[in-house]
Design a protein around this ligand. Structure first.
Ligand code: NAD
Length: 458
């Protein structure tokens, strides 16, 4: 039997070796999910909601232990692990409150003996292949609305967040979701690939662009609903009328929170030349105040890099930038020793010939580029293959609306950043993906709208 070894990225220690799935077990679990799904869909929405309410209560009850588990396997600072779990609660509440309205039958026409109705049927059995950086958020953005709308879920958490994935499944089972309706698969890419080989009715993927592209190619041969939530290179422009200190504090957090390992981390900054130096000084001062170290310590802000190979990516991006003329103002190095560590790094004198301004870094590094005005900032913000989020800091709302209206991105921010709301759709443009989660659209995404044409006999 194959196993999956889970290591603590902060120490390198082996935490546990888990029995892993293989092609045979994935096929058996898919067949069981197929068998179990109709009875789950036949339960009333109130009965399914009761299970999700029980799940919520379990999260609240076990929160400290769940946070510690996530921190041990991902290296996320413990305060941020707690924040993610606390942040999950309003998402659950949103799904509980909105599902009825989002998927209720609709009569859209009723005249001359003809009625037209829309009915939202569950897709059936859906696959959720997920990332490790916000495992509760990205996992539950799919799992909860999928279950509430009557689907069975085969969930393949990241191999870097599997203990958390198993906890999500445990709490759902304890709350009454049948085992075969919510299945957690253990393993890495090959187990994800084995899942895609099954007859599923929807594939919901969160992860890197490279894997997303591979999945799209695999699924291209079949007509199955596919959503891809991928990476970004999210820009923010700081205009000359912004408060440089306040903007710097907000954006340093947006760039470095979760050790820069957020899909919507601020990854590129464009600052108006009139306030560039004041902004950079405040930004570097803020970043220097971020404590790097043991993720279990309450005062740690920069935790471990979850995946060791990412250290090479970060090192290479910094080296490439320096070779092309960038200046490192703080950080710039990986830390040698046990675990995966990279210093919070700020570069200036950067431009778009450098990888650091073009490719996703997914770590605590950022480049700050000086610009002469709005037009140049918009052109640079749009000079990317990605389009997840983008922001602007200015006192002027009209100016912000004009600039953000011209930027290609799924979410845009005025005077804020690195923010996700359950009430708003979460989506990407270009290489940041297709489809969406969250909002009422992200509930309907797990259903097929069936068209009913009804003529009364007269
Ligand atoms: P990844 O692509 O390495 O892995 C994602 C998942 O795909 C894992 O579960 C992995 O086991 C699985 N996988 C790998 N190869 C596979 C294959 N051939 N077939 C099927 N499954 C396969 O990504 P990651 O390192 O886990 O996540 C980081 C990336 O996710 C970043 O690019 C980040 O921006 C992105 N992300 C995006 C969002 C969003 O909402 N857009 C949210 C979180 C993370």
């Amino acid at each position: 039997m194959s196993t999956l070894a889970i290591h603590n990225p902060a120490t390198g220690e082996l935490i546990v070796s888990l029995a892993a799935d293989d092609a045979e077990s994935v096929a058996a679990k898919t067949a069981a999910a197929r068998q179990a799904q109709p009875a789950w869909a036949a339960r009333s929405l109130a009965a399914r909601q009761a299970c999700i309410e029980g799940f919520r209560a379990g999260v609240v009850r076990d929160l400290e232990q769940l946070a510690a588990t996530m921190t041990r396997e991902t290296g996320k600072p413990i305060r941020m692990s707690r924040n993610e779990l606390h942040g999950l609660l309003p998402r659950i509440d949103f799904f509980l409150a909105e599902t009825q309205e989002a998927i209720g039958d609709q009569t859209v026409f009723d005249e001359g003996g003809i009625r037209e109705q829309i009915q939202h049927e569950p897709l059936g059995v859906v696959a959720n292949i997920s990332a490790w950086n916000y495992p509760w958020f990205v996992g539950c953005n799919v799992i909860l609305p999928a279950l509430l709308t009557g689907n069975a879920v085969l969930y393949k958490p990241s191999e870097y967040a599997t203990m958390t994935g198993l906890e999500i499944a445990r709490l759902l089972h304890e709350a009454g979701v049948p085992r075969d309706v919510m299945t957690c698969l253990v393993g890495g890419g090959p187990v994800g690939a084995a899942l895609l080989a099954q007859k599923v009715d929807g594939v919901f993927f969160t992860g890197s662009h490279a894997t997303g592209q591979r999945i799209a190619q695999t699924m291209g041969k079949r007509f199955v609903k596919l959503q891809l939530e991928l990476g970004g290179k999210d820009p923010t422009y700081v205009a000359e009328d912004a408060d440089p200190q306040a903007a710097a504090e907000s954006l340093a957090d947006g760039a470095m929170y979760n050790t820069g390992q957020s899909c919507c981390s601020v990854e590129r900054l464009y600052v108006h030349e009139k306030i560039h130096d004041a902004f950079v000084e405040a930004f570097v001062r803020t970043v220097k105040g971020f404590r790097l170290g043991d993720p279990l310590r309450e005062d740690t802000y920069i935790g471990a890099i979850t995946r060791a190979p990412q250290l090479d990516v970060l090192e290479q991006q910094v080296e490439d930038a320096i070779a092309k003329g960038a200046t490192v103002l703080t950080g710039g190095e990986r830390r040698v020793g046990d675990g995966n560590w990279f210093e919070a790094t700020v570069l200036v004198n950067v431009d778009h010939t450098m990888e650091i301004m073009r490719e996703e870094s997914f770590g605590p590094v950022i480049g700050i580029q000086k610009v002469r005005g709005d037009e140049e900032a918009v052109a640079l913000m749009n000079d990317t293959r990605y389009g997840l989020t983008a922001g602007v800091y200015t006192r002027d709302e009209q100016r912000a609306r004009r600039i953000l209206g011209e930027v290609r991105a799924g979410s845009v921010y005025w005077n804020c950043c690195d923010r996700v709301s359950p009430r708003l759709p979460w989506s990407g443009v270009g290489d940041s993906g297709v489809g969406l989660t969250l909002s009422t659209y992200g509930i309907q995404a797990f259903t097929r709208p069936k068209a009913w044409h009804l003529r009364s006999p007269g």
